[in-house]
Design a protein. Structure first.
Length: 229
């Protein structure tokens, strides 16, 4: 994977990462002893069946969840996980949430709000409390805000499937065409998309996370896992 290529300084260094939950009084590991480097040019796929820990890993890397043990070190700005709306205050409107987060990131409020309104296409819903949003509306708001703030690395958790065909295509263009120079970490079940987009992968299965520097090797390993289950 990225750790096998030499680059002056990785933008992300993960060492000994583990996440476990208690089940029947005993810890159940989603993954453990996961270590890798990510370079600026990397696009990392996170692959696994439902419930194996893909979203959990993305949330740990994005600072939403804490690991059970291990260390995550970024040397550039990383987005919150696209597709995760937990950072929004439900009692605030979409507009007020955007203003609040723009202040946190010290961005010009009016400019950020204009960009989010244009991209998210929520219209009058921007004046509604976010607690009344559907999951798709939350994802649109999160997506628009993430693109408006601008990050060096984007963390993506299945959000590309949000909305109609036209909106999904706009998301693809904004992320992977206009920001082709950025770093990405993508959890998805769309294997053809991952093959075309990513250059390295982590495959999570039954408490183990394997790192691959070659997408074909990663997808071949996942295919064997799928056939055995």
């Amino acid at each position: 994977m990225a750790s096998e290529r030499v680059e002056a300084s990785p933008v992300l260094a993960v060492r000994g990462l583990a996440k476990s939950y208690q089940r029947a009084g005993r810890p159940r590991f989603l993954f453990e002893d996961l270590s890798f480097n990510l370079n600026h040019s990397d696009r990392l796929a996170v692959i696994g069946r439902n419930g194996q820990g893909k979203s959990t890993l993305i949330k740990i890397l994005g600072g939403v969840l804490s690991p059970s043990r291990g260390d995550v070190r970024w040397t550039m700005s990383a987005s919150w996980p696209l597709g995760y709306g937990g950072a929004f205050q439900g009692g605030l409107t979409g507009t007020d949430n955007v203003k609040f987060i723009a202040r946190i990131y010290n961005r010009p409020i009016d400019l950020i709000l204009e960009k989010v309104e244009q991209f998210a296409e929520l219209d009058d819903a921007m004046t509604m409390p976010v607690k009344h949003y559907s999951s798709g509306m939350r994802a649109r708001l999160a997506f628009g805000l993430t693109l408006a703030i601008e990050f060096d690395c984007y963390l993506i958790d299945e959000v590309i499937s949000v909305g109609d065909v036209s909106f999904r295509q706009k998301c693809q263009t904004e992320l992977f065409d206009k920001r082709r120079d950025r770093c990405f970490i993508i959890a998805s079940h769309e294997l053809d998309f991952l093959r075309e987009t990513c250059n390295c992968a982590i495959v999570i299965n039954d408490g183990h996370a394997e790192v691959y520097s070659d997408m074909d090797d990663a997808l071949s390993a996942y295919d064997k896992i799928s056939q055995s289950n």
